[in-house]
Design a protein around this ligand. Structure first.
Ligand code: AN7
Length: 359
């Protein structure tokens, strides 16, 4: 008989390191436990002796890493008796909030920037039944409204200013160390509101303090060029990028993220939309891994810094792929416009010709 226990999500797995008690009702969709996939072709292609692993968070229940924070935030909101949650979002947080609210049987309100969230995220949020409040302003404006509204209405904020969000998200660092048996040398990830880099650093630090790992990685935070407050050193008022998930100019976890960078000896950098999309396509075409544009910023950064030697050969690197490529079909299809399929006659001859033409 198997002694394997059915996996029931990251709170159960890491309950000793999370703020829950034996009587807490856990709101979970069995999130976490996402695969670490070692890249096989890209290191060979760039001719560098490095081990690159991607932590594919796009395989969470709603397709992004936000599920890790949301299982904790909604579990705690319900424990505290809350009947409604609210967030501002560039799309993924809204999808996760909507799903976990549905699971808990409470209401979710989400503020999203009109026309600036990817189709898949909108579809999910609609299907999960959240109340969508579209605003003619960006994420940062939505975020400041959410912070104000909580004083005027009985709603729990589930953006990453809610500390339980970071507690849930830190479990990704635990999983990486548990999976590899050690902490990587470098951890690369996209930075928007900066909750995730802060959460990873918290997770690695807690494991190091408990001596589960003996080292912590250098944290490399990568931003979109048009939305790079950490590279500028100050907040940005009109952030712009095709990677709408990280179209954020006033990150809420500003101080935490700087602490992660300084304490780890890491750095921030920025990449153009073209560089981000090229990395997204490279990962799809050479490794069979389809992440959303924002997520590919981690690989764009890693490849640049490996290329320059800033990340030396022999390093073990983890890149977080924060969201699934299916979230944003429009950007993917328009990126592949040149390879747009042509329609041919439905005959054996025509199909045969089409194949032989390509070989
Ligand atoms: C795919 O959904 O802020 O630096 O409102 O969706 O922790 O903000 C999304 C952020 C990276 C940046 N990759 O993470 C939201 C939201 C993806 C994301 C980030 C986001 P943070």
């Amino acid at each position: 008989m198997s002694t394997q226990k059915h996996y029931t999500g990251l709170i159960e797995r890491y309950r000793d390191r999370l703020p829950v008690s034996a009587s807490t009702r856990i709101i979970s969709l069995n999130e976490g436990n996402t695969p670490m996939i070692q890249l096989q072709n890209i290191p060979r292609l760039i001719g560098k002796d490095v081990e690159i692993y991607v932590k594919f968070e796009g395989l969470n229940p709603t397709g992004s890493f936000k599920d890790r924070g949301m299982t904790m935030a909604v579990t705690k909101a319900v424990e505290e008796g809350s009947q409604a949650i609210i967030c501002a979002s560039t799309g993924n947080t809204s999808a996760a909030a909507a799903a976990y609210a549905a699971r808990a049987g409470i209401k979710a309100f989400v503020l999203i920037p009109e026309g600036k969230i990817a189709q898949g995220k909108l579809a999910q949020t609609l299907m999960y039944g959240a109340e969508i409040i579209q605003i003619n302003g960006n994420f940062d404006k939505g975020m400041s409204l959410v912070k104000e509204i909580a004083d005027h209405a009985p709603v729990t904020i589930v953006n990453s200013i809610n500390p339980f969000r970071l507690d849930g998200q830190k479990t990704a660092a635990f999983e990486i160390v548990d999976d590899l048996g050690f902490a990587p040398d470098y951890h690369c990830l996209p930075v928007g509101n900066a909750g995730n880099i802060s959460a990873y650093w918290k997770g690695y630090t807690e494991y190091a303090v408990s001596r589960v790992c003996s080292t912590r990685p250098v944290m490399c935070g990568y931003q979109a060029a048009g939305a790079a407050p950490f590279v500028a050193g100050h907040m940005i008022d009109e952030p712009e990028t095709i990677a709408t998930a990280i179209r954020i100019g006033h990150p809420q976890s500003w101080d935490f993220a700087w602490a992660a960078q300084k304490e780890s000896g890491g750095w921030f950098d920025k990449f153009t939309d073209e560089q981000i999309l090229a990395a997204q396509k490279m990962l799809s075409q050479y490794e069979g891994i389809f992440c959303e544009p924002a997520s590919a910023t981690s690989l764009a950064g890693a490849l640049q810094d490996i290329g320059s030697g800033k990340i030396p050969e022999g390093s073990k690197i983890v890149c977080t792929l924060t969201g699934n490529g299916l979230k944003d079909p429009d950007t993917a299809i328009s990126q592949c416009a040149a390879a747009h399929p042509v329609t041919i006659e439905a005959s054996l001859d025509a199909v045969k010709r089409a194949i032989l033409d390509c070989l």
